[in-house]
Design a protein around this ligand. Structure first.
Ligand code: GMT
Length: 380
């Protein structure tokens, strides 16, 4: 099948997931065309089956805001025609589903009819998409997609609660390639990050307020008072400076390391003992799944899709948003003794196996086939 995938190419769950999906589909023999404004960060290698088409938006003095949707939909029209694309798969509704719909309409004028699958990832529904500025366009784009998926049952419920949706939404969870994550070929460089007697705690995110980075620091502060440990923060974003100030205030500077954005998170996770994700909102928590795949137990909040990923008392623990006391206590109950930590590590990896790439990607493939078939039937 010739498939066009539209996604954000940056660090962030939806872009990472879309890229991994495209690579997996290409390995299965499909032709995959990524259409976005930059080569996705995880798309290191292009091949006979993986292609990248850049959406360029030329600047013009009249524009206060560059019309990205326009450029994207025009690019989609050109890519569909040039590469005989049979199906569009857009990740993150804003503005991708809207641009995809416009491309479909333009193509129809030329007698080309192709279906569009929209995957909802989280903030496109719970945070950004829910805003009255965007809501009518998001509702319209979802209702006019040929098929809609969400990455968790919780996100499906949120979508149906907040939007007037007339389409069925299929839950296809995010997935993980266990041969890449948690299957380190080289040695783990633990000694570069901590002393042998110290535990390593890690947080990975885009450091936006919804991730509650300050809670991460507070939880770590409580942990390190009872259990010698270091905190590694991977990612970049607006809460970095407020976090630095809190670290200074709590006198934790020598114990916390900022690593910036990394394409090799697995090299940090392989040395990690515990992962913290105390988010305010989280439709799935791909970062938690990546940690679990690397045998790292997770302490998270209990919001959104997190309880579907992190199982309380098995792969880690969950607590109410903002309950840093409970999160620190749960963390210490895992870290304080070696057999418990080892048990949680094994259980975390076991839980991650339920989201193995081989189990999930065929569900997308089956959905594409079903959507194509229905589309052909309705056209004839
Ligand atoms: O976490 C973010 O804000 C980034 C966002 C994205 O679009 O990359 O993540 C969302 O999609 C991920 C992949 O499906 C999910 O794992 C994240 O939970 C979700 N983020 C939120 O819901 C806040």
């Amino acid at each position: 099948m010739n498939i066009a995938i539209v996604c954000y190419p940056t660090f962030g769950g939806s872009g990472v997931l879309a890229t991994e999906l495209g690579i997996a589909l290409a390995d299965m023999g499909h032709q995959v065309h990524f259409v976005t404004y930059r080569q996705p960060v995880k798309l290191a290698l292009l091949s006979h089956h993986v292609h990248f088409h850049e959406v360029a938006v030329p600047d013009y003095p009249l524009f206060r805001y560059q019309p990205y949707e326009l450029a994207l939909s025009s690019k989609l029209v050109n890519v569909v025609k040039a590469h005989k694309i049979e199906l569009l798969h857009v990740h993150y509704a804003i503005p991708h589903a809207y641009a995809g719909y416009m491309a479909q309409q333009m193509l129809l004028e030329e007698g080309i009819s192709i279906p569009m699958v929209t995957t909802l990832h989280g903030t496109d529904i719970t945070l950004v998409g829910n805003h009255p500025f965007y809501k009518p366009a998001v509702t319209f784009s979802i209702n006019n997609s040929n098929a809609v998926t969400s990455v968790s049952e919780s996100l499906r419920r949120d979508t149906l609660t907040h939007f007037s949706i007339k389409k069925p939404i299929e839950v296809i969870p995010n997935f993980i390639d266990l041969s890449k994550m948690g299957n380190q070929d080289g040695p783990c460089e633990r000694s570069a990050m901590a002393e042998p007697h110290e535990r390593i705690i890690t947080h990975v995110s885009n450091l936006r307020p919804v991730k509650r980075l300050l809670d991460v620091i507070d939880i770590f502060d409580r942990i390190q008072r009872e259990c010698p440990s270091r905190l590694i923060i991977v990612g970049d974003g607006p809460d970095k400076n407020p976090a630095r100030r809190l670290i200074e205030k709590l006198n934790l500077k020598s114990k916390v390391q900022f690593m910036g954005n990394s394409e090799e998170v697995h090299k940090i996770l392989c040395s990690t003992d515990l992962f913290l994700l105390p988010s305010e909102i989280e439709s799935f928590g791909l970062a938690a799944l990546e940690a679990m795949a690397c045998r790292v137990p997770v302490i998270s909040s209990n919001v959104g899709g997190l309880p579907e990923v992190n199982i309380h008392g098995e792969s880690g623990y969950l607590a109410e948003v903002g309950d840093i006391h409970a999160m620190a206590n749960y963390a210490l109950s895992i870290l304080n003794d070696e057999p418990t930590l080892e048990r949680f590590k094994d259980q975390a990896r076991e839980q991650a196996q339920k989201f193995a790439i081989d189990l999930v990607v065929p569900r997308y493939e089956a959905l594409y086939e079903k959507t194509l078939q229905e589309h052909r039937q309705s056209a004839s």
